[in-house]
Each structure stands twice: as C-alpha cells, then as structure tokens.
Design a protein. Sequence first.
Length: 270
Amino acid sequence: MADHATDRRTAIAEVAPGIHRLSSYHEPWRSSINGYLLTGTEPTLISTGMRSHFDDTWNAIARVLDPSTLRWIVILHFEADECGALNEFLARAPHAETLASMRAAMASLADFAVRPVRGVGDGEAIAAGERTLRVIDAPYVHAWDGIMLVEERTQIAFTGDLFLQPGHLDAIIRDDRSSLSVQLYRTFYGTPPEVPLQRVLDRVEASAPTLLAPGHGSVLAGNLAPYYRAYRQSVSALAALRPLAEGTRPRRSVDDDASPRAPSLNRERD
Ligand SMILES: [Fe+2]
Ligand SMILES: [Fe+2]
C-alpha cells in the first residue's frame, strides 16, 4: 500500500498488489479525477482522465511502468474525465486497445477514438494477462452508457462515479463517508433512477468487493455496507415520497373557482 510518488497534480498510489490509483486534483470539482493502473503482463488502464491532465498522468504511470506498453484501456463511460485523454494515450501506446460498453463504443467512441473500440457486454470477462475484469452493465446509474468492473483476483470494484466523494489526498479511507458520497452524487447528477441503481447495487454487493474504487475521491475500504445502504435508502426514500407528493397536490375547492389566480391551472390538475 505504499505511495509510489506524488507530484504537483497527479499522484499514484498502490492500493492493492499491482493496482494503483492515479489521482489528478480538479479544482472546479474539489475532488480528484481517478484512473486505475493494473500492472502485469498486459498492463491495463481504467479511465484515462482529462486531456488537460494527460502529461501528468503519463508521467505518474511512468513511475511504475513504461506507459507505452499499455495493452488495454477500459472506458467506464463517455465523459471528458473518463476518456478525454484517450487519443493521447493511443498515440503513444501503440499496442493499446480500447474497451467500453456497447453503447459508449457505438454512440461515441467509434467516432471519437483514433483506433477501433471494442464493445463489451454485461457479465463478460475481460482477460488482461493474468487478470480478469468482470463487466457489470450499469446504464443510467450515472451515465446512460456506463459499465463497472470487478477485478476477480483482488475483488476490487471499479465503480466510476458511484461512491464518489470530495477531496483527493487520501488514497484509501476506512471511515464512513457514505452520507457525503450520496449527497455529492445527487448534487452532481440529480436523482438516479431507482431500478437501475438498485440492480447495480445488488450486483456490486454480490461480488463482495474488498475495496470500492470510484472515479473521484478515495478508494473505500473496511465496512462497505453503509455505502450500499445509503445509496439504497436515497432512492427508496424518494420512491416513498412520490405517492405522498401526488396525494398532497392542491385540490380544487369552491375557493378555487373564486380565485382570480389561474383557476384553469387548478382545473387541469383535477
Ligand atoms: Fe461521469
Ligand atoms: Fe467521473
């Protein structure tokens, strides 16, 4: 779990054997943008980070291995912080192949990327040398084209923008920041749709992760149950409120007809 090095903008820290968190602080978001480097015979990068952070990210990887030997680049969804630097990596890592969800590959990366991108499906096992990354399809949990990954040897779940938190300094935390995580998630992304979120939480929890490795903030260790619970409760509470809100809509009354203020609006509601 040693820190390899930290420079001004991009830090790299080993969070499990051969698995390194790359973290570039992004001031506007008051959080890190994380990528993950998996060493081995087929070095793998999960998320490239932004194009504007490319040089720092490349240099940080170079402290662990030669970045030009990258074999796989996995994009968890199509956004600038996930894949903005993809083409810079492809230009300098000639053997690197890009993997993403079918949706991201067909709708966005087929045009954006300078080399072909392979779409991966739900449950697919990505063989990356001695490592296997299991794909969890996660549409609409954050982005419509999202996937998550579980590395089968270490049981680390790479969850993209689920389980994010503010801050950037700690590579791993063990204290419970689940409320803060849910708050930030909903502030950034609005209300998640319940069914896709519950389904993905089921899948992630069933994989019994040892660590949750999100795209922003620290890697989460220790008791992870509060995170699953907090995210479940956030959508369950909203679901419980929905019929209540509908039941408390203003009802048409005798006064409505006498009111000079938009009587037709009240009639429409009835
Ligand atoms: Fe995102
Ligand atoms: Fe993100």
